[in-house]
Design a protein around this ligand. Structure first.
Ligand SMILES: Nc1ncnc2c1ncn2[C@@H]1O[C@H](COP(=O)(O)OP(=O)(O)OP(=O)(O)O)[C@@H](O)[C@H]1O
Ligand SMILES: [Mg+2]
Length: 370
């Protein structure tokens, strides 16, 4: 899929801006604080209806303004759609081809993206929450079922946690209602465990070869760590295991007043020759492992939806030496991937990549094609 154009109004440091992207590699070059990341952020917002940056959505509205608008033209499977998001302090309006879309789930399949930003080092270094988030975003983009199951799971989880507190506070012994909720929760949990396990397996089919292509080294894999032990991912086995776990830990969960077991406590780790990269990897290794993870996601995406997502790479060249930069560009340049890359300089990028790319100069909230 491709994004051919974006229009921004009162978005961050862009009062009014329109950018027409090329179908393959696009490079945004400019000094610090000129608005390179903001352009990527606007595309992320248009795709996911939220920012990748920490903070509230209204932060994206230009200082001194009370609303902002992002719109874009995307092409997926030969279908062209116009997406539009209008944001005020209080509201967010989503439109596709001028028609308002009420449910986010019905909106986010229009623009598919894979993002890599410097903050992504947190994927290796940060808390499990960061990694679960990543899995949820990617799985939701390739499977509407996943998104629905995941949302329903969270609703049930909330209900179950509230009811555990009620049981505890009122010393109620009858668990009939809790059992009903638990039964429903287990059904959703089984699906989530299976999908996440499948996804991690798919990542492992290609992550190491991307890592090898860029670094010349190998030994990277990811390991899924569901928060209950699962030997076998067939539905019946997981169902039984969860049932048993909830039964065995009833008193514990009652005392805690919350559900301790289930996919909301999952994690996965990156390993380099079987060692956790979080503790043993260099910054460069960690960065490359995450990058390889994202590149693997592109092929998975293509397999599921028949189209490649748009690849957004923010400041990727930072810790990569020249050789690795160009090897990475070679991967990105192959196939039919559209990429949008930011960098502070074009030094060390081989000419052959620059010749085929659309290069844009970003300066003080203006974007101009060079
Ligand atoms: N809501 C806002 N309204 C106006 N300007 C904003 C807003 N939020 C951020 N900015 C401005 O946007 C600029 C930062 O843009 P951005 O993060 O895109 O920079 P960048 O080109 O990626 O820089 P770097 O190379 O340092 O990463 C800063 O000048 C900042 O003050
Ligand atoms: Mg930036």
């Amino acid at each position: 899929m491709k994004i051919s154009k974006i229009n921004l109004a009162s978005f961050r440091n862009y009062l009014n801006c329109s950018v027409s992207f090329g179908p393959h590699m696009n490079i945004l070059v400019g000094d610090n604080a000129q608005g390179k990341t903001n352009i990527l952020e606007s595309i992320i917002f248009l795709a996911l209806t939220k920012s990748h940056r920490i903070g509230n959505s209204p932060n994206i509205i230009m200082f001194g303004k009370n609303k902002c608008k992002i719109s874009g033209v995307v092409k997926k499977d030969r279908v062209i759609s116009k997406l539009e998001i209008e944001l005020t302090e209080e509201s967010k309006k989503l439109k596709v081809n001028q028609t308002e879309i009420k449910r986010v789930a019905d909106y986010i399949s229009y623009l598919n993206i894979i993002v890599f930003t410097p903050d992504d080092l947190e994927i290796v270094k940060g808390s499990p929450n960061v990694r679960r988030n990543l899995l949820n975003i990617q799985l939701s983009q390739i499977s509407k079922d996943y998104l629905n199951y995941y949302n329903e799971y969270n609703k049930l989880l909330k209900t179950r946690n509230e009811y555990l507190k009620i049981l505890f506070n009122n010393s109620i012994a009858d668990t009939t209602y809790l059992d009903i909720i638990t039964e429903k929760l287990i059904e959703k949990a089984v699906f989530i465990y299976q999908k996440r396990n499948d996804y991690i397996n798919l990542i492992n089919l290609s992550i190491n070869s991307f890592y090898q292509d860029i670094s010349g080294d190998s030994g990277i894999q990811v390991r899924y760590l569901p928060n209950i032990e699962i030997e076998n991912y067939d539905s019946e086995t997981i169902r039984k295991k969860l049932k048993h776990t909830f039964k065995k830990n009833y008193m514990k969960e009652l005392n805690y007043g919350m559900t301790i077991y289930g996919p909301h406590r999952d994690d996965f780790i990156f390993e380099y020759n079987n060692h956790d990269l979080k503790y043993y990897g260099s910054q460069g290794q960690q960065k490359l492992a995450i990058l390889s993870f994202k590149l693997s996601e592109i092929s998975i995406f293509k397999e599921y939806s028949g189209t490649e997502p748009v690849l957004l790479l923010d400041d990727i060249f930072g810790e990569l030496d020249i050789k690795k930069r160009n090897r990475l560009l070679k991967i990105i340049d192959s196939g039919d991937i559209q990429s949008i890359i930011t960098t502070t300089d074009l030094k060390n990028i081989q000419k052959k990549y620059l010749e085929n790319a659309y290069v844009f100069q970003v300066k003080n909230g203006n974007v101009e094609r060079k």
